[in-house]
Ligand binder design. Structure first.
Ligand SMILES: Cc1cc2nc3c(=O)[nH]c(=O)nc-3n(C[C@H](O)[C@H](O)[C@H](O)COP(=O)(O)OP(=O)(O)OC[C@H]3O[C@@H](n4cnc5c(N)ncnc54)[C@H](O)[C@@H]3O)c2cc1C
Length: 373
């Protein structure tokens, strides 16, 4: 391995995957996160087959299987609840479930446990204030006044990345797509036995099982700026109104949701940042450089894949620059495909495009994602 030390900025999905992948190859990694409590919000997350494959590289699939939910089927319904078909989800690797879901706080804990097992030092409530590329390595000034020197700095600090702002002047903020995503985490509807997608209404919706008695429902609507600032009571009543047309388990959730359930509304934004994704020995990964919308449920999978590819390429490269270039080359087109397909699906939904065209875009993109990374 051509680097001995690394600083990972951001202890989310991509940052932890990166710290784990590098530490497992003998790199001395420090991890920092701005959040003093190192939390994650209470949503569920869909873990597609390719994402499960990436987590298998990190040795975590068994725990995801035990503490989340996995399945090989999903059901497509009309928005009123009429069942259209049951899909067999393709299994992309021997012994790997086809797809699944898990609550984000549980996934976060599973990854944190692995970080601790690898004895990776974690500092919380801290960010970077300055980064200076030196002849060899990067001088880092931290927000608590301390400093450090690392062979590599990895910016995995998400869509509003400070590392990107500090070291990548040719990049810019993610662009709003015009849609917003509503999510609710709630107990499992009694009839819910697999994930579901609801089509045919103005606002598409889906449900992912995340554990024995846990699901989350997502609903995509045209973005209304005022909905970004709703209080808890307004979030509850507005989401309930948006769910009015739905039958099936989505209707059950509307009728049984309570003010205690976790509810969130978030406008969607996406960006594939232009290359280079590295500046000297500072490199970006995850939403900091390839932020997507949830239409293919693949943002987390892309972050974990990027972390694995970065470690693999550094392990076999003859120089750090060659390793970072190889990382970018391997990731760019795959991330572009996910982002462009996701944004195109959202645009068609906003324009009320033919459901067959939307389904075709989703199926095509998911089939390409099943290819090895
Ligand atoms: C509505 C919605 C639904 C989604 N659903 C899915 C899904 O079902 N499946 C899927 O695969 N993906 C989904 N995604 C995408 C997925 O959540 C992200 O792609 C993934 O979390 C990206 O990982 P990351 O490590 O880049 O960022 P994050 O996981 O967001 O982690 C970033 C970390 O950096 C820390 N941080 C932030 N700023 C700083 C700073 N300045 N200094 C230090 N630390 C900092 C944060 O505290 C956080 O811990 C969804 C996204 C959205 C918006």
């Amino acid at each position: 391995m051509i680097i001995g030390t690394a600083l990972v900025v951001g202890g989310g999905i991509g940052g932890m995957a990166s710290a784990i992948s590098l530490a497992a190859r003998g790199v001395k990694v420090d991890l920092i996160d701005l959040d003093p409590d190192w939390r994650v919000y209470g949503a569920g997350i869909t873990i597609t087959g390719p994402t499960l494959r990436a987590y298998r590289h990190l040795g975590m699939v068994d725990r995801i299987r035990q503490e989340g939910a996995v399945t090989n089927h999903s059901r497509v319904r009309l928005f009123d609840g009429t069942v259209l078909r049951v899909l067999d989800e393709p299994v992309i690797e021997e012994g790997l479930p086809a797809t699944g879901g898990i609550m984000r706080p549980i996934l976060h804990r599973i990854m944190q446990d692995r970080v601790r097992e690898l004895d990776i030092p974690v500092r919380l409530g801290v960010t970077v204030d300055a980064l200076a590329n030196m002849d060899i390595g990067v001088d880092v000034t931290f927000s608590d006044g301390t400093s450090g020197h690392y062979d590599l700095v990895i910016g995995a600090d998400s869509v509003f990345s400070k590392v990107r702002d500090l070291a990548f002047p040719h990049m810019g903020p993610a662009q709003p797509t015009g849609q917003g995503c509503w999510r609710i985490s709630i107990r499992k509807p009694p009839e819910q036995d697999m994930g579901e997608f609801y089509f045919g209404s103005a606002n598409p919706c889906g449900i992912t099982i995340c554990g024995e008695d846990a699901v989350y429902l997502f609903l995509l609507t045209p973005h209304e700026p005022r909905e970004e600032h709703l209080n808890d009571e307004e979030l509850f009543t507005t989401m309930k109104q948006h769910l009015a047309p739905f039958g099936g388990n989505a209707g059950w959730i509307r009728d049984n949701m309570t003010r205690q359930d976790w509810i969130n509304y978030r406008p969607l934004a996406a960006s594939l940042q232009p290359g280079p994704w590295f500046n000297g020995r500072i490199v970006l990964l995850g939403d900091a450089v390839h932020a997507t919308t949830p239409h293919l449920a693949s943002g987390a999978g892309m972050a974990v894949e990027s972390a694995i590819v970065l470690a693999q390429e550094l392990e076999q490269a003859s120089s750090v620059e060659a390793g970072l270039k190889a990382y970018q080359d391997r990731r760019f087109d795959r991330c572009r495909d996910v982002i462009e397909s996701s944004v195109a699906i959202g645009k068609l939904q906003l324009e009320h495009g033919p459901p067959g065209e939307v389904a075709g875009l989703i199926e095509g993109a998911l089939a390409r994602l099943n290819e090895p990374f």
